[in-house]
Design a protein around this ligand. Structure first.
Ligand code: PEP
Ligand code: MN
Length: 338
């Protein structure tokens, strides 16, 4: 259920509706929009008796939400959300470009790559300190030491930091050191972790599970928002198919599909989406053309020596070229590049 407030409802009127919802033992979620604030209600098992809410000052109407997800839906917020991350934003006219190595390997490695991607126009820096690896015998990340290196990158290059949390313990650490918490594909349906991310201070970058449907993807975002963290950005990173010419099949059609149903921004990650260096630029161009709100790109200055995902990491020179290319395509779809 959704309580739609009139265009210039006062803070007091909104608060009064929220208090009335709480008095019914339910949870209010006030989502301000360009035209009006809507208040989503969660926590109910059955029908809600909205009579008392509809009579409160400032309320226009109570409307049932037709989708299984409420807070991620365009029904609660018709216009696109712009999510603040550090000093930048994701979801506006300007495309977000998240770039960096798969993993933080050393101070020098992170600094070298950060300097290059910053110069090319990246708006956020990424690098894993906690790596979910297929094999327990491969590099698992430097943990808190990696987070400290990332904090130094932010300080030196003035770039907000995105990094992955793989469990509740690492999530608390990432929430402390980084500007944005990444929840990886393997954890997209780790519901307790999603709820914990919903109670974090920082915005969340939620990657699509490798076999997740659109509804499952949006419901995962709903888990985070239902706990009160409304700063969620989605990320398509490829799904498993029979195709074996790439690591995954990048599903660009999910971009307009998400945008039709949800107000949340969506990025595209052609690095994990294809797993192949030579596919990154073509699919980055296509993602921008399809209307993505930005990209997530793995960049390494020595990919042959990378401790993870070297085969899909592009060289800094190629990243520079990618930025030039997407700048041109962005103008066709009424977007701009930093
Ligand atoms: C990553 O971003 O480095 C990563 C592990 O991605 P995914 O969760 O999409 O596999
Ligand atoms: Mn990676």
């Amino acid at each position: 259920m959704l309580i739609v407030m009139r265009a210039h409802a006062t803070d007091e009127e909104i608060q009064r509706v929220c208090d009335a919802i709480k008095a019914m033992n339910l949870t209010p979620h006030a989502i301000p929009g360009a035209e009006r604030t809507a208040i989503g209600i969660t926590g109910n098992r059955g029908e809600i008796d909205v009579g008392v809410l509809e009579d409160l000052p400032g309320v226009v109407e109570a409307i049932p939400v037709s989708k299984p997800y409420k807070l991620v839906s365009r029904e609660i917020k018709p216009e696109n959300s712009i999510i603040s991350v550090g000093q930048t934003t994701i979801g506006g006219k300007s495309l977000a470009v998240v770039a960096g190595p798969c993993a933080v390997e050393s101070y020098d490695q992170a600094m070298t790559i950060a300097e290059r991607v910053k110069k090319s126009g990246a708006t956020l820096f990424r690098g894993g300190a906690y790596k979910p690896r297929t094999s327990p015998y491969t590099f698992q990340g430097h943990g808190v030491e990696g987070l400290k290196i990332l904090a130094k990158v932010r300080e030196k290059f003035d770039l907000p930091i995105v990094t992955e949390a793989i469990d509740e313990e690492s999530l608390a650490a990432v929430d402390e050191y980084a500007d944005m918490i990444q929840i990886g594909a393997r954890n997209m349906q780790n519901f307790s972790l999603l709820k914990r991310a919903g109670r974090a201070k920082k915005p969340v970058l939620l990657k699509r599970g490798m076999s997740a449907t659109l509804d499952e993807f949006l419901m995962a975002a709903e888990y985070i928002m239902s706990e009160g963290n409304y700063r969620v950005v989605l990320c398509e990173r490829g799904v498993r198919t029979f195709a074996d010419h790439t690591r995954n099949t990048l599903d660009l059609s999910v971009v307009p599909a998400v945008q039709r149903l949800s107000h949340l921004p969506i990025l595209v990650d052609p690095s994990h989406g294809t797993g192949r260096r030579d596919k990154i630029r073509p699919l980055s161009r296509a993602a921008v053309a399809a209307g993505a709100d930005g990209l997530l790109i793995e960049v390494h200055h020595q990919p042959d020596h990378a401790l993870s995902d070297g085969a899909q990491s592009i060289y800094p020179e190629e990243f520079d070229r990618l930025m030039l290319e997407i700048r041109q395509i962005a103008s066709v779809v009424d977007r701009v590049v930093n």
